[in-house]
Design a protein around this ligand. Structure first.
Ligand code: ATP
Ligand code: MG
Length: 547
C-alpha cells in the first residue's frame, strides 16, 4: 500500500520551504515595526463561531467547512446504544418485545439526560427537545400497543412512532460540533473578547500565520489546506488613517519580499445605515434581469446580492456593468470616510485602483474593502483580501464600540508569484539575468536557489573521525551549515559528493592534517585550496559567506 497526500493538500519541501520561511520572517519583521505582536490561534473552533461571524449564506460556511462532531468515549457508547435499540423495532403484535424495547428506550433516555447534565454530551435546547419527543412518541406507541387492535392502520401508525424515535436518536448531537478554521479573523475576535484585550491601553494589533482549511475544488493557487499571513487592528477609532496605515504596512511587506507588479484595489461597501437600501436596490435590479444570469448569481439574488458583483462568469459581465453602484448610495459618513482614505493613501504615495465591484466573500466587512492581485497566478490572482469589520466584535458578544480592520495574505499564492517572478528573470536574456536578480530583494531573488551546504567535512579514516566530529560541532556553533558523512571517504569520492550536494567548501581531515593541526579547505567553485588552522579556518569560512 502506497500512501499519498489527500486531494488539495500538499507538502512543502526544501528548498521551497526556505522561501516560505523567509516570507514569514519578513512579515514578522515588517509587522513588528508597525507595532503588531503575534497571536497563535487554535486550528479548530466551535462551528458556531464561524457560522455566526462569516455568515451562513457565504460559500465558506455553506459548503467549504471541515466540520466534525467531537464525541467523548462515553458519548460514543451512547451513540452505539441508540443504534442497537432502534435497529430492530418490535411489531405491534408482540407485547413482550415491545415492553423490553420500551424499557431500553427509557433507560437510554435516562442515560442521555445524565450525560447532558454532566456535560459528556452537549446540553442544547435541540437535544432536550429530541429527548422530550422520544418520550412522547414512546407513550403514543404504548397506548396504541395496549389497545392492541392489530389492524393495519394502527400497525402503520405504530411503526411511524418507532421510526420517529429512531430519527430523534439519530439526530441527537453526541458531541460538540467543531470546525477546522477556514480563516482566522473570527478566532482573533474570539480571543480579543475572551481575554479582554480591549482593557489594554491603545489599539490591539495582532498578526498571525498558519494553515486554513476550505473544501474547494483544488487547482493552481487553490488548495484545501492553504496558508495565510494576516493582521488585525482592533480599537476604538475607525479613522481612515488607520486603514491607510494597514495598507502601507501590507505594501511595505510586499516590497520587502520583492514582489513586483502587485496591484491594490479598494472600494467602500457602506455600513449598516446605507448598505441595506443599496442591497435592496441591487436585488430589485437583479430580479429584472434574472433570466440572463447563471444559476449561482440567480441564487445569490436572494441570499447575497452583493456577491453577484464578484461574478467572473463571462456572459454576466455586460449585465453587471449596468447595475447601480454603491458609491452613488453611500451615506454621508461612509462617503467621508472613503474620501479620507483616499487622501491618506495619497499622503503616503500609495498607488491604487478603485473597483466598485470589489465586495468580500465574508459577511462581516463594511466600508473599506481591498484586494491585492499579483502576476504569475492565472485566474487565482488575489494574494490578499481585507477590509474593515466594525460590527463583528459586538456580534460575537464584545464591546459594541470596537472598530476593526485587517487583512489576510494567501501565502501559497504569494510564494507562487515570487517563484514565477524568479523563474522569469532567470529565463530573461543572459545579460539581464544578473541585473534583474541584483535589483530584487534577497527574498525574491533566492526564490529558486537551494538552501545549500556550506561545508562538506570529509574524514579519511581512523582517528580523524573524532577530530571531524569536534570540528563540525565547532563550525555549526558559529552558524555554519556542515555535512558530515558517517563513514570515512577517499579524497576524490568526497570531493565528488561535496560538489553534487552543491557544497561551497570541502574540508578534508586526513592523518597528516590531524598531526599538523592544519585542515585542507577547497573552494569548490574555483578549486582554490588552502591549509588552515582551526581558528583561521573558521575566520575564512565566515568571511566567505559575505555577499
Ligand atoms: P478567492 O476569491 O480567491 O476565493 P477569497 O475571497 O475566498 O479568495 P479570502 O477569504 O479573502 O479569499 O482570503 C484571503 C486570501 O487567502 C485570498 O486572497 C487568497 O490569496 C487566499 N486564499 C483563499 N482561499 C484560498 C485557497 N483555497 N487556496 C489558497 N489560497 C486561498
Ligand atoms: Mg474563496
Amino acid at each position: 500500500m502506497k500512501f499519498q497526500a489527500i486531494k488539495g493538500v500538499r507538502d512543502i519541501l526544501p528548498p521551497d520551504s526556505a522561501l516560505w520561511n523567509r516570507v514569514e520572517q519578513a512579515a514578522r519583521e515588517v509587522f513588528e515595526t508597525y507595532g503588531y505582536g503575534e497571536i497563535r490561534l487554535p486550528i479548530f473552533e466551535p462551528t458556531e463561531l464561524f457560522a455566526r461571524s462569516i455568515g451562513a449564506e457565504t460559500d465558506v460556511v455553506s459548503k467549504e467547512m471541515y466540520t466534525f462532531e467531537d464525541r467523548s468515549r462515553s458519548a460514543a457508547e451512547l451513540t452505539q446504544r441508540c443504534e442497537e435499540i432502534t435497529q430492530n423495532p418490535p411489531s405491534i403484535r408482540d407485547a413482550s418485545l415491545f415492553i423490553s424495547y420500551q424499557r431500553s428506550v427509557l433507560a437510554l433516555g435516562e442515560n442521555l439526560k445524565r450525560a447532558m447534565a454532566s456535560g459528556q454530551v452537549p446540553r442544547t435546547a435541540e437535544n432536550e427537545q429530541r429527548l422530550r419527543k422520544v418520550l412522547e412518541l414512546l407513550e403514543a406507541a404504548e397506548s396504541l400497543g395496549l389497545k392492541n387492535l392489530g389492524e393495519d392502520v394502527d400497525a402503520a401508525t405504530f411503526g411511524g412512532y418507532l421510526k420517529g424515535i429512531a430519527e430523534n436518536f439519530k439526530s441527537f448531537q453526541f458531541g460538540d460540533s467543531l470546525t477546522l478554521r477556514p480563516e482566522a479573523t473570527a478566532s482573533v475576535v474570539r480571543a480579543y473578547i475572551e481575554h479582554g484585550l480591549y482593557n489594554r491601553p491603545g489599539n490591539t494589533k495582532l498578526y498571525y500565520m498558519g494553515p486554513m482549511f476550505r473544501r474547494e475544488r483544488p487547482q493552481k493557487g487553490r488548495y484545501r489546506q492553504f496558508y495565510q499571513i494576516g493582521a488585525e487592528l482592533l480599537g476604538s477609532s475607525d479613522h481612515a488613517a488607520l486603514d491607510a496605515e494597514v495598507l502601507e504596512m501590507l505594501l511595505a511587506f510586499f516590497a520587502r519580499v520583492g514582489l513586483q507588479g502587485a496591484i491594490l484595489s479598494i472600494n467602500s461597501i457602506g455600513d449598516k445605515n446605507c448598505r441595506p437600501a443599496y442591497v435592496e436596490l441591487l436585488r430589485a435590479e437583479l430580479t429584472k434581469v434574472r433570466d440572463k444570469l447563471g444559476p449561482d448569481s440567480q441564487r445569490r439574488i436572494e441570499t447575497n446580492p452583493l456577491r453577484v458583483l464578484d461574478s467572473k462568469v463571462p456572459d454576466e459581465q455586460a449585465i453587471i456593468a449596468t447595475l447601480p453602484r454603491i458609491a452613488d448610495h453611500l451615506c454621508a459618513e461612509c462617503k467621508e470616510h472613503y474620501a479620507k482614505l483616499q487622501d491618506e493613501l495619497a499622503l503616503r504615495d500609495i498607488a491604487y485602483q478603485e473597483n466598485w465591484r470589489l465586495v468580500r466573500g465574508l459577511d462581516y466587512y463594511m466600508r473599506t474593502t481591498f484586494e491585492i492581485t499579483a502576476p504569475g497566478l492565472g485566474s487565482q490572482d488575489a494574494v490578499c483580501g481585507g477590509g474593515r469589520y466594525d460590527g463583528l466584535v459586538e456580534l460575537l458578544g464584545g464591546p459594541a464600540t470596537t472598530k476593526c480592520i485587517g487583512f489576510a495574505i494567501g501565502t501559497d499564492r504569494l510564494v507562487l508569484s515570487l517563484q514565477a517572478q524568479a523563474a522569469s528573470s532567470l529565463n530573461a536574456s543572459s545579460g539581464a539575468v544578473s541585473s534583474a536578480i541584483a535589483g530584487m530583494s534577497s527574498v525574491a531573488a533566492s526564490a529558486s536557489a537551494p538552501a545549500g551546504v556550506e561545508v562538506f567535512l570529509a574524514w579519511l579514516g581512523g582517528a580523524t573521525y573524532h577530530a571531524a566530529v569536534v570540528l563540525a560541532r565547532r563550525l555549526r556553533g558559529q552558524g555554519i551549515s556542515v555535512e558530515l558523512p558517517p563513514v570515512a571517504m577517499k579524497f576524490g569520492k568526497a570531493l565528488n559528493l561535496a560538489s553534487r550536494l552543491g557544497a561551497r567548501h570541502a574540508v578534508i581531515i586526513g592523518e597528516d592534517e590531524l598531526a599538523s593541526g592544519q585542515f585542507t579547505v577547497k573552494r569548490l567553485a574555483d578549486g582554490e585550496q588552502k591549509k588552515l588552522s582551526g581558528s583561521d579556518l573558521l575566520a575564512y569560512l565566515l568571511s566567505a559567506r559575505k555577499p
